[in-house]
Ligand binder design. Sequence first.
Ligand SMILES: [Zn+2]
Length: 450
Amino acid sequence: MIFSSMFVTHMSGQQMLGQASQSHDTQCITEEQHEFLISEIKIASQALRKQPQNKTTKSIVLFDWPLRAKPSLDFYNYYSTIGYVDHDPAVGSGDFNLFGDTNLDYNCGNNTYDRSNDYNHQGTDIVIWPFPWYLMENDLVEVIAAQAGTIVIKGDGNFDENCGSIPTGSLTSNRIVIEHADNSRSIYLHFKNGSITSKPIGSTVAKGEYLGVVGSSGYSALPHLHFEIIDQNFNVIDPYSGPCNSSNTTSWWANQPAYSQPQINAIITHSSQPVLNECPASTEQLNRTDCYIDGEQLALGIYWRDMVLDMNTSIVVKDPANNTYLTTGHNGIGTYRYYWWGFDLGFLPSGGPYGNWTIEATFNGQLYSHNFHYAASLSTSPCENCTEYITESGNYPITQNVSATINITTDGNIASGLSIDYHAGQSLDLLSGFSVTQGAVFHGYIAPCF
Ligand SMILES: [Zn+2]
């Protein structure tokens, strides 16, 4: 692994290598766009309906969680719910009023927003986390139908890497609306461009069926899902029941999630400083490795959701014999819906012990563990025996992301006649400009490698 310049200085002990602690807004939809959406739904529903519906005898449907991760994503958790429906009808004076005194969520907190032009947030915002752009680019979090129904709206083709766009008059969120058996509708916004199901409008979908990939199209600052429910009369429903929910008394979730869910979403060992929350998507870099060799620094990143001020995480690093190599910890510096902290744990001990090491982190009563491999050299590393991940040969650019050993050539091109084997711990990102010339061969390998 090649260290970035930010990371080559040896630091003794445990130091922060970077941190971000954020609950910034995702943005979503304007009042004008919302009105357009509701009218769009009314027209579409009428067009699909051959005869009047009996709206009085059906009980409400209940909803399941509208996201799932691809099985290949090995994070513990992959999202954080960062914004709820705003039940305070007053709006603040600013263009975007977040967590203010005119905001009131179902639980009487202020995890929501409004806008001075009379828009109170009417959905639930769920950000994918950590590395939201990476997750989006690699299609790792999918939006699924929260309940069975009929597709009444589909909108796709809009730019999907917005990172703080100024709202426009038109609704440019890639979107799906599903009508359910009780004539309620679930609304899903901000899909990745081109990811929406190929099923046409009027098709039925099963509960849990794929709808698309979480993205950042429309009025959006980072990849997230805006999930909204409207009832048969087009009134907004907050699916969460709670003391400050003024729209409905019962929960519309089949299993209502907790208001706050303090958990670790991911423990990642890094080859160099990660780059996260950068936009566009191609700039976000995990720089993940699960394989270190002698002389390399152990760089740990922990990624939480719903961090609470002063809530402690204890961290133990154990060698292959299960002996404690070091202990450290972290106390949350604030209460944040999503949060990360980096730890420089210094150089691994020269001469070993080599083998499989373990990082254990205990947070909010739950133990999370992460393994990495430590070897004397690359030639002795089990990483040599990784499953072959990518083989490229030909005269064309590789359009994925990329880090690290791009310095095998000075210009990112692997010249004819060369055969390059690249071994990465867990992710292999090919930087823009990387290419393999006709006659050259490039092999990339990633974990699981031990
Ligand atoms: Zn929203």
